[in-house]
Design a protein around this ligand. Structure first.
Ligand code: GLY
Length: 265
């Protein structure tokens, strides 16, 4: 495993570090696609990095990557539909209507025992983020994810919490979905009370930076869940949020890219 040579400080450097890391794990790096998705089950806007790949998750089209893995830095809009952050924008320092999501995807290939250690390796070894300030949440049903975090990665169990709906990610009212495991950065006691991300009063202190979704189900129009043909991985890491962590600021507006716009304004 590599030591940190140069800690990314700009959006360009972070995008490059992401693509290089996952290319090194045999992922095909795919360019960002349109903000208007094409799949019939998709919501109005591309709200996450997985959306261009819906037909691969559903087994409707053959996966064109060998091995069947991809990584991207996808432009996203969350201004309507299921993942609508409009009410929080301007009121929090961490929500944006338009942002970039870094993602790695497995289409029936690797699963939790690879996706989880790779996320830790990228954050702590490539970016040099202090692992002692990272917290983890897993779905109530997902003992397997907690075991990987605790036993393979070595995260202390008192920094792993189990949640219900907050750890079940769905693309929209219909579409691929599954239990998820989220990684949070602790901005410290100046930003809120203790208790980890499970404490609803501590949302400004523990900020989610990366969501690992174990995409095993399809949500149909009647709300029913059916198994997908294969178990998949869909992760989403917030480019602007990680830049803010690297800059030591809880405000996305003071990190690279947005700070330039703020200064110009
Ligand atoms: N698709 C994972 C996420 O948006 O969090």
């Amino acid at each position: 495993m590599s030591a940190v040579l140069t800690r990314p400080a700009t959006a360009e450097q972070l995008r490059a570090a992401w693509c290089e890391f996952f290319a090194g794990k045999a992922h095909t790096v795919v360019p960002s696609s349109s903000l208007i998705p094409t799949h019939p089950s998709a919501p109005m806007f591309t709200n996450s990095g997985m959306m261009p790949f819906v037909s691969y998750f559903l087994g409707e089209e053959p996966v064109p990557y060998d091995p069947p893995r991809a990584a991207s830095v996808q432009r996203c809009v969350r201004a309507g539909g299921k993942h609508n952050d409009l009410d929080a924008i301007g009121r929090s320092l961490r929500h944006l209507s338009f942002f970039e999501m870094m993602g790695n995807f497995s289409f029936g290939d690797y699963f939790k025992s690879d996706a989880i250690p790779w996320a830790w390796e990228f954050l702590t070894e490539v970016l040099g983020i202090d692992g002692d300030r990272l917290w983890i949440t897993c779905h109530l049903s997902d003992d397997e994810a907690e075991e990987v975090w605790a036993d393979s990665v070595g995260v202390p169990r008192d920094r792993i919490q189990r949640l219900d709906k907050d750890n079940f990610w769905e693309m929209g009212e219909t579409g691929p979905c599954g239990p998820s495991s989220e990684i949070f950065w602790d901005y410290g006691p100046d930003l809120g009370p203790a208790g980890g991300p499970a404490n609803p009063l501590a949302e400004d202190r523990y900020v989610e930076i990366w969501n690992l979704v174990f995409t095993q189900y399809f949500r149909g129009i009647g709300g029913e869940l059916t198994d997908l043909p294969k178990a998949n991985v869909d992760t989403g890491a917030g480019l602007e949020r990680i830049l803010a962590v690297l800059a030591g600021s809880p405000s996305l507006y003071s990190a690279d890219v947005l700070s330039l716009l703020v200064e110009e304004a």
